[in-house]
Write a protein that binds this ligand. Structure first.
Ligand SMILES: C[S@@+](CC[C@H](N)C(=O)[O-])C[C@H]1O[C@@H](n2cnc3c(N)ncnc32)[C@H](O)[C@@H]1O
Ligand SMILES: [Zn+2]
Length: 283
């Protein structure tokens, strides 16, 4: 265990007191034990928070995402969110990727002066992340009951994952940040056109965050040239509309080379200025 990994901001998911790192497990001050898996991650999801046997993304979605992301098609997004992270924090403090999947974005935020955590409810994803990215600490947990101490995190990142404002706000230090990446209207428009007759553009009007202050917003748009049918199929398989695609469409996609498709991301950065009272706390 490295020096960095010896100190953690974990709290016990059962009784919420400090969780202390030992060689092979984490133990809370009230003696609840959580063993480290051989891949190095820890399961901090008590059964009562588990709403199905295997919650979150399944293995084939996780594998498709790993294969697709490693081809570099979303590198412009990585460059953009990393630049924001370094600009606003200098790469310091505790970093949490909330809904980290297989860790592709998580590990790219590791610096000499921070500690990077990745959390996801999908065990298959966390296992894959922990196996590859040893410099980060991964855990299985639910975003609605995150196993981190209050006000312990400087930067929370949420990429295409549920945004749980109340819980994220609890975690953030004063002046800490939440970065969200969600699909902008034209995201994957051409891929969706293969599946739906009447393609709906993503609606970005929703403003779910009310306690934190929006300090930066940008839209990133570029055209991806997908080199192989397999890459396009992986892209499809990591999206929710994969469930709508027939076998015939999947075969057609697999056989199409040089498919062009727009990527369009909405990036928002919020700051915890501690001066806005959320509606759930208002009388
Ligand atoms: C679309 S994937 C994005 C993964 C990763 N951020 C990325 O962009 O590659 C959404 C992730 O959120 C996770 N997730 C969904 N609901 C969750 C919850 N309640 N608690 C923790 N993770 C959750 C899923 O398991 C999945 O890995
Ligand atoms: Zn405990």
């Amino acid at each position: 265990m490295t020096e960095k990994q010896n100190t953690t901001i974990y709290q016990c998911p059962i009784c919420h007191v400090n969780l202390n790192a030992h060689d092979k497990s984490y133990i809370c001050d009230n003696n609840h034990h959580f063993d480290k898996a051989k891949e190095g991650y820890v399961n901090l999801l008590p059964v009562q928070f588990k709403q199905s046997k295997n919650p979150g993304d399944n293995k084939s979605m996780v594998n498709a995402r790993r294969d697709f992301l490693e081809k570099g098609y979303y590198q412009p997004l990585v460059n953009c969110i990393k630049a924001l992270y370094l600009k606003f924090t200098n790469g310091e403090g505790n970093f949490v990727d909330a809904g980290c999947g297989e860790g592709f974005y998580t590990h790219q935020h590791n610096t000499e002066s921070n500690q990077v955590y990745g959390v996801d409810i999908a065990k298959e994803a966390v296992k894959k992340a922990a196996k590859k990215y040893k410099e980060c600490q991964f855990n299985v947990a639910t975003l609605s009951h995150l196993p981190f101490k209050d006000a312990s995190v400087r930067w929370i990142m949420s990429i295409y994952a549920p945004i749980l404002e109340q819980e994220f706000t609890r975690l953030l230090e004063s002046n800490g940040y939440l970065l969200t990446v969600t699909p902008a209207p034209n995201h994957l428009y051409e891929l969706k056109s293969l599946i739906y007759q009447d393609v709906q553009k993503h609606n970005i009007d929703k403003e779910p965050i009310e306690h934190l202050t929006l300090v930066h917003q940008e839209q990133l748009n570029y055209t991806m040239k997908l080199n192989s049918g397999n890459d396009t199929l992986n892209l499809l398989m990591m999206t929710p509309f994969a469930f709508k695609a027939t076998e015939a469409i999947k075969e057609q996609i697999a056989e199409t080379e040089n498919f062009q498709c727009q990527a369009e991301f909405l990036i928002k950065l919020y700051k915890n200025l501690n001066n806005k009272k959320p509606s759930y706390l208002k009388e």
